[in-house]
Structure formats: structure tokens, C-alpha cells
Ligand binder design. Structure first.
Ligand code: PEP
Length: 256
């Protein structure tokens, strides 16, 4: 069975004290749960990764970075590299989030470079893809998503033991309160899984977790997770509140 990942992308929210208090409230609750194949994960901002790792130590909570440099070291002010993230003991990193694509000119090619930097360090990339509203309205969703996959995963050989996660996040649903319907999300997830199967084989496709992101919250997560190709959520706003985060994890557990 595939992992069911409930991932909180905190974006540029929560400082040190808020990171600590969230985790001190949530980690003891997670420790009491029988999570099975549900993986809870949070992605705090860079300065608080160490604190998050410390608070999550020996618990089921995973910690992720929100981005990584496409280079390993050198004169790149403000950048954080994959070897640096690996040196923290981190296991996951989001790449290609639509906000990075929109505000920081990330492209499929730069996502691809990041992907290899992470894999070289043994980190698991959470690769975000998704169409804009204009692209959906033009009937281009499948074309856009497949070209992001082709570009972002270019030259990738998914050998056994190499893990990646895909997050389908329609741009029009991120932070807008407008969630894709389960049917809309499932349709695209099935397209993604089919492409993974054709490219890497059925065994890779059946084991790879594909998360949905875009205004997921406690009220709508169940119907999304009930879809056969949705293996969790990448959740922004609703992951910032302890109770909502725990509620979504409990919903996921209830479905396993
Ligand atoms: C996200 O940050 O990836 C996201 C989907 O945000 P929200 O849940 O707030 O729409």
C-alpha cells in the first residue's frame, strides 16, 4: 500500500516560538496515534528546520524544507544547498511549488536540477506541478501537467530505493479557498499515475505517492483522500493550526 502523506507547507509563516509551540502541542498527540501508513510532515521555513527536527526527534513527524538551491555550494548569497539540508538530517524537500515558479522564476529545468541535487544527497523531493486557471479553461490541463512532469523529471531513472513524491496543485486552488472537486483532482492524478507507469513501469507507478494540494482543509480532505489515486495532501493554510492538522491526520488514519 502506498504511503498516505499529510504534509503541511507552512510557507513564510511561523517564527521560532510558533514553530516550537506548534510542535510541542502536536508531536505528543502524534506519538499516541497508530499511524499505520500515514506519514505526517511539516515544512517550516529554513531557519527553523533544526528546531523542528529537534522537536520531532524520535516521533513519527517528518520535516521537510520548502525549496533548495539548484547548486551545491559557492557564491550564491541567500541560497541553501542540498548538502546543507542533508547535513541537518532532513529527509524531504518541496521543489517547484507554484509560488516559487511565480515569484522566483523557477522553471521545469531548474526543478529538474534541484531534483538531482536532492537525490544525490538521499533526500526525497516533493515535486509540485499544476495548471493555472487560464490553462484549465483553455483545456490544456493534461498537456501542462505532462510537460511539467517531462521537464521536471527529465533524465530521472527511478531505480529501486529511489523515492520521489509528486504533488498535484492546481494553481487556481492554492490559497484561494477554491478546492478542486474530488473528480477534477482524481482525473489529473490518474493522468499522472498513467504517465509514471508508462515511463517507469507499473510497479513504480503503484508505489509512488501523489498528493493533492489546493485549499485542502478538515472539511474537504476526506472526499479527496477517498479518491483512488490521491495519496495525501500538501496543505498550506489549514496546516498552520494544530487542531486542523491533527484532524486531517486522523481523517487519513480513518481511511486506512
Ligand atoms: C500549498 O501551499 O501548497 C497550498 C496548497 O496552500 P493552501 O492549502 O493554503 O491552498
Amino acid at each position: 500500500m502506498r504511503k498516505l502523506i499529510i504534509a503541511g507547507n507552512w510557507k513564510m509563516n511561523k517564527g521560532l516560538g510558533e514553530t516550537r509551540s506548534f510542535l510541542q502541542a502536536v508531536v505528543p498527540q502524534l506519538n499516541k496515534l497508530d499511524l499505520g501508513r500515514v506519514i505526517p510532515l511539516v515544512a517550516p521555513a529554513y531557519p527553523f528546520l533544526t528546531e523542528a527536527l529537534r522537536e520531532a526527534f524520535a516521533s513519527p513527524l517528518m520535516v521537510s524544507a520548502q525549496d533548495v538551491s539548484e547548486r551545491n555550494d559557492g557564491a550564491y548569497t541567500g541560497e541553501v544547498s542540498a548538502p546543507m539540508l542533508a547535513s541537518l538530517g532532513l529527509k524531504y524537500c518541496i521543489i517547484g511549488h507554484s509560488e516559487r515558479r511565480q515569484y522566483h522564476c523557477e522553471t521545469d529545468a531548474s526543478v529538474n536540477q534541484r531534483l538531482f541535487k536532492l537525490l544525490d544527497q538521499g533526500l526525497v523531493p516533493i515535486v509540485c506541478i499544476g495548471e493555472t486557471l487560464a490553462q484549465r479553461d483553455a483545456g490544456d490541463t493534461e498537456k501542462v501537467v505532462l510537460s511539467q512532469l517531462e521537464g521536471g523529471l527529465k533524465d530521472l531513472k527511478l531505480e529501486s530505493g529511489t523515492e520521489i513524491i509528486i504533488a498535484y496543485e492546481p494553481v487556481w486552488a492554492i490559497g484561494t479557498g477554491r478546492t478542486a472537486t474530488p473528480q477534477q483532482a482524481q482525473e489529473v492524478h490518474a493522468i499522472i499515475r498513467k504517465w509514471i507507469g508508462e515511463t517507469y513501469g507499473q510497479s513504480v507507478a503503484q508505489n509512488l505517492s501523489i498528493l493533492y494540494g489546493g485549499s485542502v482543509k478538515p472539511d474537504n480532505i476526506k472526499e479527496l483522500l477517498e479518491c483512488s489515486d490521491i495519496d495525501g495532501g500538501l496543505i498550506g493554510g489549514a496546516s498552520l493550526k494544530e487542531n486542523d492538522f491533527l484532524a486531517m491526520i486522523n481523517t487519513a488514519i480513518g481511511l486506512t
